[in-house]
Unconditional design. Structure first.
Length: 501
């Protein structure tokens, strides 16, 4: 007894290298005895830790088979305790030498924290009242050759947690909550759209033209065709082709790739949903955006109230809707409705400390958008729809019938963050060609985020595209909101990381 306790006290003092050496020696010994854990192909699990805890009264005294990872281990001579962790939680294992095969018990005593085991036993409660499984047989299913992070300090370095998400999930199982909520949100999104008669489709990730958004693409090379190809920056143009083809209501949830910077709200590859509905407009898209996010919060969290980025956010349906001109008038103090001249608009923006991008034309519309982008977004805390964007920054959007300088477009914002983007889609192929040509002029002036001309899409439009509402929503940011996460890396299982030298 004293010797065993001394060994346990000494174990943490071993260097990581020594621990790895000992673990490999244990594996070699098992293999030489004909007990190689890596030769086991299957273990029949009849219960999870959560099922045992939630149905303990009816399961007490009943046989069970559970499997998982040993997260702690403590021995008292002929009796040993350990905590077993599976996908749904932890439960205590109770093992006695006189209740197991003696050789099996001796092997079990040599197992390490982190080893994966299968346990055949029965549900019972210890004298101290702890729900437990009394082990009759413990089978080593996989040997952990690397020690887990030290128990009390754990894996706290965020960089390592993102790089080694597998270890993060083992030692910080609470992080799994974010990814359960992510899965449930995507499931809710699908059900919401499916119930509206939408069809989920898949479109190419590799394209010969980069289009559908203002973003810098990743470029790759197709060896057989000997051509450069672009990883998609949006799914918009293929989905609109399907609207033209008569599918009428389509959506795609998938990965998008943009060769841009990384920060707490941006990852080079992220997940979006894009949806398009014939015979609808941007007002219909606002209803869907509000319905999906409010409904998901109520369904998943049980409330419309969430805390995100330090703000108490109220997702109760009935979000404010404000035109960009109204927002700039309210927060900047410039009334663009009273300005019609380009030079006057640019001068008004500069007078309030707003500068236009060098590649941008000095127009009324670009001045309006620059004022909004630089001065208004910081004020948008509660869910807010901003509508009627300038045509210069909306190359795929239908013009407003009442003011051709503006388009029927909205973005919605929560806690300063843009969550989604939607249009009454442009369906005039002549106007569309003109706007593509404007984008190509911007590319020629050095704007590598401007769109390319997609001749096949223009051909498709010339066959006739119905009036259509379309929208894109960032899945990752929605999950950040629902989980209260301040970094996109906390809601992506394997975020992009700079390689370690």
């Amino acid at each position: 007894m004293a010797q065993e306790n001394r060994k346990q006290a000494e174990a943490p003092q071993m260097s990581v290298g020594d621990q790895i050496k000992v673990r490999r020696e244990k594996l070699a010994a098992l293999q030489s005895e004909g007990n190689d854990p890596f030769q086991i192909t299957r273990f029949a699990v009849t219960a999870t830790t959560r099922q045992i805890r939630e149905h303990f009264d009816e399961m007490e005294g009943q046989p069970v088979s559970i499997a998982g990872r040993m997260m702690s281990k403590r021995g008292m001579g002929k009796v040993s305790f350990c905590d077993l962790q599976d996908r749904e939680g932890r439960i205590q294992l109770y093992a006695r030498r006189d209740e197991m095969d003696e050789a099996s018990y001796d092997r079990f005593k040599k197992y390490d924290i982190g080893d994966i085991v299968g346990v055949d036993g029965e549900v019972f409660r210890t004298q101290r009242g702890e729900m437990s499984v009394r082990a009759k047989k413990i089978t080593l299913l996989s040997k952990s050759l690397l020690p887990l992070p030290e128990k009390f300090h754990g894996l706290t370095d965020k960089e390592i947690r993102y790089r080694q998400r597998y270890v993060d999930l083992i030692v910080n199982p609470e992080v799994k909550r974010n990814f359960v909520i992510r899965s449930r949100f995507i499931k809710y999104m699908r059900e919401y759209l499916d119930n509206m008669g939408y069809i989920e489709v898949e479109t190419p990730v590799l394209n010969t033209i980069s289009g559908g958004a203002a973003a810098r693409p990743f470029v790759t090379h197709h060896n057989t065709l000997d051509i450069d190809m672009y990883m998609r920056i949006a799914t918009e143009l293929p989905l609109k082709r399907l609207i033209i083809g008569g599918m009428e209501r389509v959506y795609e949830i998938g990965r998008i790739f943009r060769n841009e910077g990384m920060d707490p709200k941006h990852n080079p590859e992220f997940t979006s949903v894009e949806l398009y509905q014939a015979y609808a407009d941007f007002h219909d898209m606002m209803d869907i955006a509000e319905g999906v996010l409010s409904g998901a919060a109520k369904e998943i969290l049980g409330t419309y109230q969430v805390n995100w980025m330090g703000y108490d956010i109220d997702l109760t349906p009935g979000w404010p809707r404000m035109t960009m001109i109204e927002a700039v008038r309210k927060y900047v103090g410039i009334d663009f409705d009273a300005i019609s001249d380009d030079a006057e608009a640019v001068a008004a923006a500069k007078a309030h400390g707003v500068e236009l991008a060098e590649s941008a034309e000095k127009t009324w519309g670009n001045a309006l958008y620059a004022c909004f982008d630089q001065k208004v977004e910081e004020h948008l805390i509660q869910p807010t729809f901003i509508t009627m964007y300038p045509v210069e920054v909306s190359p795929l959007t239908k013009r407003s019938p009442s003011d051709p300088r503006l388009t029927e477009r909205f973005e919605f914002f929560i806690a300063h963050a843009e969550m989604g983007n939607a249009y009454s889609e442009l369906n005039d192929p002549i106007d569309q060609r003109g706007r593509f040509e404007k984008q190509m002029e911007l590319r020629a002036r050095g704007d590598d985020e401007a769109e390319m001309i997609d001749e096949d899409f223009l051909t498709a439009m010339e066959y006739g595209m119905p009036p259509t509402g379309g929208m894109g929503i960032g899945i990752d940011r929605c999950v950040m909101l629902l989980t209260g996460s301040d970094s996109i890396r906390d809601v992506i299982l394997f975020p992009t990381m700079k390689p370690i030298e």
